[in-house]
Design a binder for this molecule. Structure first.
Ligand code: ADP
Ligand code: MG
Ligand code: ZN
Length: 424
């Protein structure tokens, strides 16, 4: 018999104010409520938070949520509280009073969702607290942070598997990172190698227009792209910190509100840019990939890559920040021979073991394949993630099918020339 009489579909409206589930959400919610170990891979903006928040309310006892970013945790806790849900966070950003309130709510058995920073897992006090609190479920957001090879790796995520064993409760893991390797690592490290119920779907973001262009005069190309979208919020990704600064300056000179963002900046300055972007309409942020995971702005209208991203996964995540509200959004990715050389040497000069480097080259090659595609880009992108689809009608190649005849003819001539050379 189900241990709850609460129908998640009722709470969807009454607590969260949503009229229907997004694609994939309902199956995940039901699996989690049924007590199954669950791995859900959903694109950015797909609505992963709901897939653990809603079950937490249907289950008795408490759900522990592990999330890598304090700002994200605080946002979610605030939103839940506003909706009348007993939620709290234990992070280094807490005031003493907040922490006291959380402990009190746990002791009263009131708390439904406890967000904790991964660093907290190192303390044995945390483990006994979670036992005492009748933890019923562990939810792991941004589960790819457990992957030692990914650039979001968080060592403390490696403690989660142990926590699951100690508490003996189901675990639900969420990520937007789909590749097979990361998935396998998540299964090993979070689920002790036992295959969880896995949900992988919905990678298409049909409202995002896809386009690539050979890099010719990058500064001019980005300025033109931004000029055609004046007043709209956008992100320009660059491969280097220095370039974010020069390009932001060029955009300002052209009359756009623009600022730069990268990992070398003072944390306060970074937060300031994040807050401005969230708050203001029409700001352009020129950034390295450091600008990302924490951004939850639904109406980003465009994303441009002034330099080629490092992999097809990176490309997908970065363009995926546009158009989360479902309204049309546009992207442009520039690429040239220097980009390819740069990305290759980045991999070769890195410290990763050889098999890892080979995998990184393969991911870069997949992106190059997408850049040089001659038919629908979305079809190719989705195929990489294991989804088959029809030509999309919303990419540059669907808009203007390339004239393949010349290319084919050139290849045929070159081939026959090569054959003739071989004969003589
Ligand atoms: P993810 O973590 O997968 O990137 P979020 O959980 O942050 O996505 O959700 C993205 C946005 O979608 C949020 O603004 C959220 O309120 C909204 N959302 C989630 N589920 C639904 C739903 N069923 N109906 C409408 N909006 C939803
Ligand atoms: Mg999320
Ligand atoms: Zn297309």
């Amino acid at each position: 018999a189900p241990d709850t009489a609460i129908d998640p579909a009722d709470l969807l409206a009454s607590v969260f104010g949503f009229h229907s589930f997004r694609p994939g959400q309902e199956e995940i919610v039901r699996a989690v409520i049924a007590g199954r170990d669950t791995l859900a891979i959903m694109p950015t903006g797909g609505g992963k938070s709901l897939c653990f928040q809603l079950p937490a309310l249907c289950l008795d006892g408490m759900t522990v949520v592990i999330s890598p970013l304090i700002a994200l945790m605080r946002d979610q806790v605030r939103a839940l509280r506003e909706a009348g849900v007993e939620a709290g966070a234990l992070t280094s950003g807490n005031t003493e009073e907040e922490t006291e309130d959380v402990f009190q709510a746990i002791d009263d058995g009131r708390l439904k969702l406890l967000y904790i920073a991964p660093e907290r897992l190192a303390s044995s006090a945390t483990q006994s607290l979670l036992k005492r609190a009748h933890t019923r479920l562990i939810a792991v957001d941004e589960a790819h942070c457990v992957s030692q090879w990914g650039h979001d790796f968080r060592p403390d995520y490696l403690r989660i598997g142990e926590l699951k064993r100690v508490l003996g409760v189901p675990l639900a893991a969420f990520t937007a990172t789909a590749d097979e390797e990361t998935r396998a690592e998540i299964v090993t490290r979070l689920f002790g190698g036992t295959q969880p119920a896995t949900f992988l779907r919905g990678f298409d973001r049909p409202n995002i227009h896809l386009a690539f262009a050979p890099k010719d005069q990058p500064r001019r190309q980005i300025l033109d792209f931004a000029a055609a979208r004046r007043g709209q919020s956008g992100i320009v990704y660059c491969a280097s910190r220095a370039r974010t600064e020069t390009l932001a300056a060029a955009l300002r000179e052209a009359g756009h509100p623009a600022c730069h963002y990268h990992g070398g900046m003072d944390p306060d300055d970074r937060r300031e840019v994040e807050a401005r972007f969230q708050r203001e309409d029409g700001l352009i942020v020129v950034a390295t990939v450091a600008f990302g995971m924490g951004i939850d702005k639904p109406d980003i209208r465009w994303v441009a890559h002034a330099d080629l991203p490092k992999s097809i996964e990176g490309y997908y995540q970065e363009i995926g920040r546009a158009g989360r509200d479902g309204a049309p959004a546009e992207t442009l990715t520039l690429y040239g021979p220097d980009d390819i050389r740069f990305r290759r040497s980045q991999i070769d000069e890195g410290l990763a073991p050889p098999d890892r480097k080979a995998a990184d080259h393969a991911r870069l090659n997949a992106l190059l394949g997408l850049a040089e595609a001659t038919s629908c880009r979305r079809q190719r992108l989705l195929a990489y993630f294991g989804e088959s689809s029809d030509p999309c009608g919303n990419c540059d190649l669907c808009d203007h099918p390339p004239d393949l005849f010349d290319g084919t003819e050139a290849v045929r001539k070159a081939l026959s020339a090569a054959l003739r050379t071989g004969e003589s």
